[in-house]
Write a protein that binds this ligand. Structure first.
Ligand SMILES: Cc1ncc(COP(=O)(O)O)c(C=O)c1O
Length: 414
């Protein structure tokens, strides 16, 4: 008989790695259900950054003294770690950026401005985060390309059947899609979308800000052309992320930001650009942040991305089950097995901000608002939702505390 070993994760034990959980809020232990906005940091990440500052800190790439070489080595070995995490073919394809938003803007400006024009079509999805929606809407408008939105079905999943009609007889040049929705948790069929886009000669810009913390992200398997992540959502520091792009595309692109480090030579009339990835890394690099990013990659890989994904499915199923017991709560999005650990919901007659405020007094931190997804909110017919999001340190007891808090919110406001 075959024995299947399921990856396991002990969230109670992992919590001990995170100093934030030693603190109390409103006199209560912290139930942090807002990891989709930004994740908490384990000691391993904080210590890696402190050690870098204490032992290896100098500006990178610019000096020949030993300390600067150590700093450069730390930055480049962090790049190699991120390369491995994304399964990119080469570190030349991994550009350090401030965050996923900056990575996508880099592509929209540096690729979009030179490759889009009248008659071209840019498609973004109805559940896109503004980060992978607004830059494309803006660049399409500037270049005269047509900007179109791929709709959702009532279950919160992308309507791939609408693609051909949406494209019409336009030249589709870009398909912008999130790998995982930050508002509904939907896991999108990026591979299928990429196959359709490539048949039409379009590039696929994948926003993996919400996927990278929670499941394996393999740029080669996804079949996309560009992909952006933020370190802060996956236990790393704020201020750093990565843009991956196919080398042949990055090579043909103009730079996005200009200044120090990204040049080969500077003449009085014109300048030429450095090799990849440096062409896209103007100015002093986020050095300590990159070191922290690599430590975060090591940490989540140590826990195991398959185990994290399974843990979140279990939590999502538990949360959807508990919320289903409350007839005055509406949940949005697909079933648990089709989503990451994110649950958006509404409490009848209580504004999400009021829900979040009552929960805060219970030590439960959730997000209330449009989640940077106004097109999706319009589709759902709401202006805002409450959102609970889970991570590797989330335990089911926190979901119980959420439910208890919702009863209180209803009592106070409804
Ligand atoms: C799906 C998704 N894309 C992009 C972003 C933007 O991330 P950042 O603010 O780190 O650029 C977020 C952040 O909430 C997100 O959830």
């Amino acid at each position: 008989m075959a024995v299947t070993t399921m990856p396991s994760l002990d969230a109670h034990r992992l919590r001990a790695d995170f100093p934030i959980f030693e603190q109390r809020f409103h006199g209560k232990p912290l139930a942090f259900l807002d990891s989709a906005a930004s994740a908490q940091k384990p000691r391993a990440v904080l210590e890696a950054m402190t050690t870098f500052y204490e032992t290896s800190y100098a500006n990178v790439h610019r000096s020949v003294y030993q300390l600067a070489e150590m700093a450069t080595e730390a930055l480049e070995s962090s790049r190699e770690t991120v390369r491995g995490f994304l399964n990119a073919a080469s570190p030349r394809e991994v550009v350090f950026v401030r965050n996923a938003t900056e990575g996508i803007n880099l592509v929209a400006y540096a690729w979009g401005l030179s490759n889009l024009g009248p008659g071209d079509v840019v498609i973004a999805t109805e559940l896109e985060h503004h980060s992978n929606f607004v830059p494309w809407q803006y660049i399409a408008r500037r270049t005269g390309a047509s900007f179109r939105i791929l709709p959702l079905d009532d279950g919160g999943e992308l309507r791939l059947d609408a693609l051909d009609g949406l494209a019409g007889d336009g030249r589709v040049k870009v398909v912008a899609v999130g790998v995982v929705s930050n508002a509904l948790g939907t896991v999108n069929p990026v591979e299928q979308l990429a196959a359709w886009a490539h048949d039409r000669g379009a590039v696929v810009v994948a926003d993996a800000a919400q996927a990278a913390p929670h499941r394996r992200v393999d740029v080669q398997a996804l079949g996309c052309d560009f992909l952006a992540v933020s370190a802060h959502k996956m236990c790393g520091p704020s201020g750093v992320g990565a843009l991956w792009g196919r080398a042949e595309l990055l090579e043909r692109m103009e730079p996005f930001l200009l200044g120090g480090h990204m040049i080969r030579s500077v003449g009085d009339e014109a300048s030429s650009w450095a090799e990849l990835p440096h062409k896209f890394e103007a100015g002093t690099a986020p050095m300590a942040e990159a070191v922290g990013f690599a430590a975060a990659v090591d940490y989540v890989q140590g826990v195991g991305l398959d185990a994290i994904e399974r843990h979140e499915h279990e939590l999502a199923a538990y949360a959807l089950g508990r919320l289903a017991e409350l007839p005055w709560v509406t949940t949005y999005g697909p079933p648990a097995d089709r989503r990451a650990g994110i649950v958006s919901f509404d409490v009848d007659g209580v504004h999400p901000h009021d829900v979040a405020q009552v929960l805060d007094f219970e030590g439960v931190a959730i997000r209330a608002g449009h989640h940077c997804c106004q097109p999706l909110m319009r589709r759902l017919g709401v202006t805002a939702t409450s959102r609970a999001s889970f991570y590797l340190y989330t335990v089911p007891e926190e979901i119980d505390r959420l439910v208890t808090g919702l009863h209180k919110a209803r009592k106070v406001f409804a």
